[in-house]
Design a protein around this ligand. Structure first.
Ligand code: GLY
Length: 558
């Protein structure tokens, strides 16, 4: 009788359990990005026999056409890769400060930050790294010709891209900024509506010249001259010499163990890899699986680890070519154990009691990520950005693309908050040719020495915590890739001292219990936290795409 009742109970339990929601499953290869057009072009390159690196070039450029909000050739980014044979690496194609940049360039004569100077218009523009990045990737790993890879993107630019509802809203929101940043009427001045088609003829011409003449077209050729003249005509300082001197850099990624996973992510000038290592290693000894997904205790322990990691991040991190980053110390077990020693489930630790820096990182919420696994077993994770949505809002009509406002990711004035209420640090002060600190966290995860996942997201300072929650969702809470990217997210970044939560996605009961423990909850700051895209290798070797339902993101595979 006892066994009979138990069997009935188990049947009822499993039949009530929500069926798992899988994303697109493909046998051999997959691309997941912010737009179906870009994912499809990446997939097309793979189908033609190209590898993940060929598809990286195509997808990056296709995002510049189909997702000008963050996809770019006027910005920069980072790529993590893992080859089929297990070797790993990363490419830094982050923007750099122009040679004429100075520490005080955004301050007035009495040392106050001049509003908007680092965020809108030509003075906000860092030297773009994307074109150097894609040529570096192609030279090292590419297998198809640049013509084969770029031609479909040029065709897409001429044909045009259909505006989605989300794009319509984003373009309308920036209408005033476009007018303030540009002397002339730009393509985006029009009130584009859902289902309109935007054609990118000038961008197609620029891409054609780059396809024919190579990287030098953008950094030393006709495009370089036209770009530098345009920026200077608009009051900026970026010169042809700055463009000519730009180089992307191969860097050793951060790699660390969490349980039986090996996590491989971006090293400085991104803060992503170090901060994620600190947070995950700090919570590793707590049994999150037993504590439960988004339970009171899981939120508490993660928020406390995040608080401590973000306090460190602000103080210590910057461009490793200019500052010494104590990477080994910050991620060592003994250091992290010590950092968590004053944590208790009884009550919140106020951020004022957490040492290191009175400062935080300067950055914004708009970026984009794509993941690719190819039919040969190579995987890449790429996060790329203009910084703010549509970057500096300065649009070079002649060349057909937006310029970044990545200079705002430096600390304009250490100790003073930027437009996002975040405060910058000395390690991230402006210097000529320095790279500004980033949070972009493109990540690859291995299990038992095999590829498990490629993942990443936009979201400014929330990138790191969004990526790590997605990894935990799969690893600890047994979600599918699609469930893992869709799941509600929260975020703590030391200052302001609050847990940011996606609105209406956490129960009133959890919020009340957290408040009783002394946590400030902010459900208003971010309508969404991250738009995560990822690919998971399933136990039978097939690939599951997770395209976040918060955006227009899409997976494409075969
Ligand atoms: N601009 C966003 C980031 O680099 O993190």
């Amino acid at each position: 009788m006892k066994y009979y009742l138990l069997t009935i109970a188990l049947i009822i339990f499993y039949s009530c359990k929500k069926p798992s929601q899988r994303g697109l499953v493909a046998k051999k290869a997959m691309v997941v990005s912010a737009r179906a057009e870009a994912s499809n072009i990446g997939k097309q390159i793979l189908e033609q026999g190209g590898n993940a690196f060929d598809a990286m070039v195509a997808t990056q450029l296709a995002l510049a056409v189909s997702y000008p909000y963050a996809g770019n050739i006027g910005g920069g980014g980072f790529m993590i890769y893992r080859l089929e044979n297990g070797s790993i690496g990363s490419l830094d194609f982050r923007e750099k400060a122009p040679a004429l940049a100075t520490k005080d360039m955004y301050l007035d004569s009495i040392g106050n930050v001049i509003p908007d100077l680092s965020t809108r218009g030509a003075m906000a523009v860092g030297i773009p790294g994307t074109i150097a990045g894609i040529f570096e990737v192609h030279e090292k790993f590419g297998s198809l010709s640049m013509e084969t890879i770029v031609k479909p993107v040029i065709d897409l630019a001429y044909k045009g891209v259909v505006v989605t509802k989300k794009q319509e809203i984003r373009i309308a929101e920036k209408h005033e900024d476009f007018a303030l940043a540009n002397k002339d009427t730009i393509l985006f001045a029009k009130a584009w509506k859902e289902n309109d088609t935007i054609k990118y003829n000038h961008l197609a011409e620029t891409l054609t010249r780059i396809m024919k003449n190579g990287k030098d077209e953008f950094y030393k050729g006709e495009t370089a001259v036209r770009l530098a003249n345009f920026i200077q005509d608009n009051g900026g300082i970026l010169s042809v010499e700055d463009l000519a001197n730009y180089e992307a850099k191969w860097r050793t990624p951060i790699s660390f163990q969490y349980d039986d996973l090996r996590i491989i992510s971006m090293a400085p000038p991104s803060s992503g890899g170090i901060a994620m290592a600190q947070i995950l290693k700090s919570v590793e000894s707590y049994n999150l699986e037993t504590l439960g997904h988004n339970s009171l205790k899981t939120i508490q322990v993660l928020a406390e680890a995040e608080r401590r990691a973000y306090a460190d991040r602000s103080h210590y991190l910057g461009d490793p070519d200019f500052v010494n980053v104590p990477q080994d110390k910050l991620t060592s077990d003994s250091y992290l154990k010590d950092r968590m020693s004053n944590f208790s489930f009884e009550k919140a630790t106020p951020s004022s009691e957490i040492s290191h820096g009175k400062v935080d990182i300067v950055e914004s919420d708009e970026t984009t990520h794509f993941s690719i696994v190819d039919q040969f077993g190579n995987a890449i994770a790429v996060t790329t950005t203009l910084n703010s949505g549509f970057g500096s809002k300065l649009f070079c009509e002649d060349l057909g693309f937006f310029l970044n406002n990545e200079m705002d990711d430096f600390s304009s004035k250490p100790g003073v908050p930027n437009v996002y209420g975040l405060i910058g640090a000395e390690a991230n002060a402006i210097l000529p040719e320095k790279r500004m600190l980033s949070s972009m966290t493109p990540t690859i995860v291995e299990k038992d020495g095999k590829l498990l996942m490629s993942v990443g997201t936009p979201g400014g300072s929330t990138i790191i915590t969004s990526v790590l929650q997605t990894i935990l969702n799969v690893h600890e809470f047994e979600m599918t890739m699609q469930e893992a990217v869709n799941a509600p997210r929260f975020h703590h970044q030391w200052l302001p001292d609050e847990i940011r939560m996606e609105p209406n996605r956490f129960s009133k009961d959890i919020i009340r219990q957290l408040e009783q423990k002394g946590y400030q909850i902010n459900e208003e700051r971010s309508p969404v936290i991250g738009i995560v895209d990822g690919i998971l290798v399933l136990s039978d070797g097939t690939l599951e795409g997770g395209a976040d339902n918060r955006g227009d993101d899409a997976a494409s595979g075969f």
